[in-house]
Design a protein around this ligand. Structure first.
Ligand SMILES: Cc1cc2nc3c(=O)[nH]c(=O)nc-3n(C[C@H](O)[C@H](O)[C@H](O)COP(=O)(O)OP(=O)(O)OC[C@H]3O[C@@H](n4cnc5c(N)ncnc54)[C@H](O)[C@@H]3O)c2cc1C
Length: 406
């Protein structure tokens, strides 16, 4: 079977690796960019995605360029702690949570794709034109071409721009001393003005690469910022947006002010669609289900798509047409990803911040007067179930791996 993968981002690379691991040999990867650069900032690979990357044999290499995040805490704008939870291995998963620079993750994925399918199968500088697919000699074409997907236009003609929720994110990575033990992810403020901070890489001298995000509801008439990974701005602009947030354990002035390059990005998604398929073309990752980044799940869902699609192509390899695999793939993945898209619109687990801020806009004396551990725990667990990383379910479910016979 000949399979064309369009887009060499996280989803496309994960698909190429999943197909190869499943025993497919005729795989071509088309990427519009002429070189793959280390763009973007930090990303969290949650245990459900870490499991898949581990089964693809990437764990050791990812460990060498990532931090195994051990805990996540939520705080109000005064830095008072609302909730803390263990993450990854510390939370009882059999797989870690990796916090990693998106460029380093892509570097590991694409480097492995090169080794496993061969350089000659990776076509850089090749922007696929959805209206001229005749030049692609493949039985199946998978659009992994991101939130501005060209191939999605074939499935949803005239869809237009992504939907902005009015929140703008300023994102950067700063080299700084480690904080709170060096393996903690922190969220503070409220949904209309919050900061998210987590370390990405140990530098071996007590310092770390630390990722930060300032997310502010700015959709008050100001234009939607450009949506790509390269819209740079001044750190002072991001710092000004943290006004009112004071954390005694983290110097935001130093963290944000000391950043060389700040990316500005709108928080956007698209409406879930009832089918991803037209003829021999299907969609995967952000092309299929772009989601707001609340809950850190976009890349994870792209990786799960890749694993399920490879498995379904194996299952249908003997049938008259492989296209049935595209139907069973989307029958499994559309409901699963739609639930995450919709939950993220309600801010996923991050809605804990507003729950507390609405009840106690000022400093509180006793946390139990504001939110109970049972209430917060219920929100956290509901999201884990929705996004497929409930620890018991994930630890005990069968592997998604499948392999062609012979
Ligand atoms: C601010 C922010 C924070 C995030 N944080 C997290 C997180 O912590 N955890 C998480 O799991 N997810 C996170 N995500 C989501 C995650 O980044 C995306 O879900 C993920 O990158 C999607 O991967 P993809 O391969 O589908 O698309 P992309 O990474 O966008 O890759 C698409 C590729 O297709 C190429 N391409 C485009 N058009 C064509 C064409 N016509 N022909 C050929 N190639 C083409 C592009 O050049 C690109 O290389 C975040 C997203 C944002 C915006």
């Amino acid at each position: 079977m000949r399979i064309a993968v369009v887009g060499a981002g996280i989803g496309g690379s994960a698909l190429a690796l999943s197909l190869r691991a499943a025993g497919f040999r005729d795989i071509d990867l088309y990427e519009a960019a002429s070189e793959v650069r280390e763009l973007g900032v930090g990303i969290n690979v949650l245990p459900h995605a870490a499991r898949e990357l581990t089964e693809l044999g990437l764990a050791r290499e990812l460990d060498s360029v990532a931090v195994r995040t051990a805990e996540l805490s939520y705080h109000n704008r005064f830095g008072q702690q609302l909730w803390i939870e263990p993450r990854g291995i510390e939370a009882g998963y059999r797989w870690p949570q990796w916090s990693i620079h998106r460029g380093h993750l892509l570097g590991v994925l694409l480097g492995t794709v090169r080794q496993r399918i061969g350089d000659h199968r990776i076509h850089l500088g090749h922007r696929v034109d959805p209206h001229d697919l005749t030049m692609i000699d493949a039985d199946v074409i998978v659009g992994c071409d991101g939130v501005h997907s060209a191939l999605r236009q074939l499935v949803v003609p005239g869809e237009g721009a992504p939907l902005w929720n009015g929140v703008t994110m300023w994102r950067g990575v700063t080299v700084t001393d480690s904080f709170l033990g060096g393996r903690r992810m922190v969220m503070a403020g409220r949904l209309s003005r919050r900061v998210i901070v987590y370390p990405l890489r140990d530098l071996g001298d007590g310092r770390q690469l630390v990722n930060w995000v300032v997310a502010v509801r700015t959709g008050d008439g100001r234009p939607m910022p450009k949506q790509d990974w390269t819209a740079e701005t001044d750190p002072a602009e991001a710092l000004a947006e943290t006004e009112g947030i004071e954390l005694d354990f983290l110097d935001l002035r130093h963290l944000i002010g000391g950043c060389e390059s700040v990316l500005k990005y709108p928080m956007a998604d698209r409406e879930p669609i009832p089918s991803w398929r037209t003829g021999r073309v299907t969609l995967l990752g952000d092309a299929a289900h772009p989601m707001q980044p609340n809950g850190s799940n976009g890349a994870a869902q792209a990786i799960l798509d890749a694993r399920v699609l490879a498995r379904e192509l194996v299952r249908h390899a003997g049938s008259a047409t492989p296209l049935a695999a595209l139907d069973t793939y989307e029958a499994e993945r559309i409901p699963a990803t739609t639930a995450v898209v919709l939950s993220n619109r309600r801010a996923g687990p991050e809605r804990i911040l507003d729950l507390a801020a609405d009840r106690s806009p000022n400093r509180f004396e006793r946390l139990e007067d504001v939110v109970s551990a049972a209430e917060v725990g219920a929100i956290v667990e509901e999201y884990q179930r929705t996004a497929g990383f409930d620890p018991d379910v994930l630890n005990n479910r069968a592997s998604l791996h499948a392999r062609l016979e012979g």
